[in-house]
Design a protein around this ligand. Structure first.
Ligand code: UDX
Ligand code: UDX
Length: 480
């Protein structure tokens, strides 16, 4: 089938590469000339496993790159819209890019087209796209608008696309629903996975996805509700982690206890410094905003974002409790990306925390296996960029773990202790156990667990300790 994908960002580029891997002839369009030039000259733009292989396998054959929506639309039956839907005013989704693409498509149609929403959009966007198409000259009978939300996670985007739990197609027309079924046929019938050259299926992924056909409105809501629910699960466990700290319980034990209930499940119950990325923060706000528009005050989502914001502040208080004053303190930060496995720093909790520490006068030396260049575009030379975790730790007053990269969970702790000025580790992702840190002679502060101090830096179990642990974040109390 001839397909075009408008937008070569994380979702668009992965979708284009995977659709050509399924055997379709795909043209990926972007208004950013530089991006298209890079893609046409063999570049990848984003850090995703298997993406480079798929691009080299299909580039200039099944997959081409262009800046012309017009040409792409003319030669395609299906057009996926995967442009940005950033956070707009009042937290709602800014759909101006989607509208401008719909207008451009309308002015280029030359026969029946299926327009597919791949970007995350609020409910009813399919109606707005339809309206914009007709207003810009398209004949209402000559196209259909379908919602086909993408559930891929950065870091595992290619395998999430090729081996999804479910494919959701929201179409208000039988004709369009049949076309989308054909697009995904190699995944639905499992024939793709049988191919010798297929991208290997991760063990935890289904071999064939559930194929869910709904109305366009339901599909649009499925995406927002899915992201909001996952974000809520993270904020819920972070709230429980805070209670654990107050009552001396251990969040990792609690997670095991609640996560083993099949109705709850262990997924997305990792406590830490909160969620970030280009999706959860903006989609929670956009869902809150569209629900309000349709008369429902989704206050629960306010709490989800509020807990997420508080989680970062709590971590900074822990840094203060461990280091007392922060001015001119040297801090080593491991992690800049918003999560492991990606170079994406959009809404990164790590960068939020580093920015706050810089405002408090800290000197920060950071290391990240993939996101240094993208972080430099935000932090510039306000921090020092180390070549590995150990050179970051050298001479630092404390080490902070901010992103859950697997390599940060296997560091040489005794070497770290040697390099650090003070044996202090603050772990915002609970990558270690308090025991292994204590065995390495390191004072360890994590999330949802009591501080583990080898040399009692803060008085334990006394009112003062509570104060020191940042109940009110001020240190004055310690002096008198
Ligand atoms: C996008 C949406 O932002 C997100 O809501 C959705 O969940 C997934 O798709 P992402 O792929 O990460 O996310 O977006 P981004 O990386 O911003 O890429 C969008 C691309 O569209 C950019 O390359 C941009 O240049 C391109 N674009 C944008 C166009 O080609 N034309 C436009 O009019 C606007
Ligand atoms: C998310 C959704 O998972 C995906 O389905 C959707 O298409 C896009 O948004 P992504 O943003 O790439 O994907 O990352 P995800 O793995 O969901 O992590 C999001 C954030 O939550 C990260 O900052 C991560 O560190 C944090 N997180 C995730 C937790 O703090 N705890 C968890 O248990 C899981």
């Amino acid at each position: 089938m001839r397909i075009s994908v408008i937008g070569s960002g994380y979702v668009g580029l992965v979708a284009a590469a995977c659709l050509s891997e399924l055997g379709h002839t795909v043209v990926c369009v972007d208004s950013d000339l530089e991006k298209i030039a890079t893609l046409n000259s063999g570049g990848t733009l984003i850090h995703e496993d298997y993406l480079q292989e798929l691009l080299s396998r299909h580039r200039h054959h099944k997959l081409t790159f262009s800046t012309s929506i017009e040409d792409a639309v003319r030669e395609s039956l299906v057009i996926f819209i995967a442009v940005g839907t950033p956070c707009g005013l009042n937290g709602g989704a800014d759909l101006s890019y989607v509208e401008s693409v719909a207008r451009a498509i309308a002015q280029s149609t030359n026969g029946y087209k299926v327009i597919v929403e791949k970007s995350t959009v609020p409910v009813y966007t399919n109606e707005w796209v339809r309206r914009a198409m007709v207003l810009n000259g398209s004949c209402a009978e000559e196209f259909d608008v379908v919602s086909n939300p993408e559930f891929l996670r950065e870091g595992t985007a290619v395998t999430d696309f090729l081996y999804p739990d479910r494919i959701v197609v929201g179409a208000n027309s039988e004709r369009a629903a049949r076309v989308l079924h054909q697009v995904y046929a190699p995944l639905i019938d499992g024939s793709y996975a049988q191919q010798a050259s297929a991208v290997p299926r991760p063990e935890c992924n289904r071999s064939t996805p559930l194929y869910i056909e709904t109305s366009a409105q339901s599909a649009e809501l499925i995406k927002h509700a899915s992201n909001a629910f996952l974000a809520m699960k993270i904020s819920f466990i972070n709230a429980v982690a805070d209670i654990c700290e107050s009552v001396g319980a251990d969040i990792e034990e609690v997670i095991q206890g609640i996560g083993s209930d099949g109705r709850i499940g262990p997924g997305f119950l990792r406590a830490g410094i909160g969620f970030g990325g280009s999706c959860f923060p903006k989609d929670v706000s956009a869902f809150r905003s569209v629900a309000h528009e349709f008369g429902y005050e989704f206050r629960l989502l306010d709490e989800v974002n509020k807990i997420n914001e508080e989680q970062r502040q709590r971590f900074i208080k822990k840094v203060r409790a461990a280091l007392w004053t922060l001015k001119n303190k040297r801090v080593a930060a491991l992690g800049l990306a918003f999560k492991d496995g990606t170079d994406d720093v959009r809404e990164s909790p790590a960068i939020h925390i580093i920015t706050s520490l810089l405002e408090e006068g800290c000197q920060v030396t950071a290391f990240d296996p993939a996101a240094m260049e993208r972080a430099r575009t935000i932090l510039g030379d306000k921090i020092t960029y180390a070549e590995d975790p150990y050179s970051a730790a050298k001479g630092a007053d404390a080490l902070l773990i901010l992103t859950e990269w697997k390599e940060f969970a296997n560091l040489d702790l005794s070497r770290l202790k040697e390099l650090l000025s003070y044996p202090i580790v603050l772990d915002g992702r609970n990558l270690y156990s308090p025991e292994e840190m204590a065995n390495a002679g390191l004072n360890y502060y994590s999330v949802g667990r009591a501080p583990r101090e080898i040399s009692r830096l803060t008085p334990a179990k006394s009112k003062l300790a509570k104060h020191a642990a940042g109940k009110n974040g001020s240190h004055k109390s310690l002096d008198h």
